[in-house]
Design a protein. Structure first.
Length: 77
């Protein structure tokens, strides 16, 4: 997985978790559990686990095409 992909996925998860209405990120244990599993999968380079925990398409920063499928992510987008 490229550093750009890892950074993009991390940013997406962070933005999604912060945008949840009515819940505090620090107080919701399910988000903490998800984040720990997601972070471990990214660190280990487990593309299958990262793809299973992701929601597609993954929009990235301006000018970078989105990741539309788990297969595209697994190819090291």
């Amino acid at each position: 997985m490229t550093k750009k992909t890892i950074a993009g996925l991390t940013l997406v998860v962070l933005v999604l978790s912060l945008s949840m209405t009515g819940k505090s990120v620090q107080r919701d244990p399910s988000i903490q559990t998800f984040w720990m599993k997601f972070k471990a999968a990214v660190i280990e380079g487990d593309k299958t686990a990262v793809a299973q925990m992701s929601q597609f398409p993954i929009e990235l920063e301006y000018g970078v095409p989105s990741v539309k499928t788990s297969a595209q992510l697994a190819l090291g987008y």
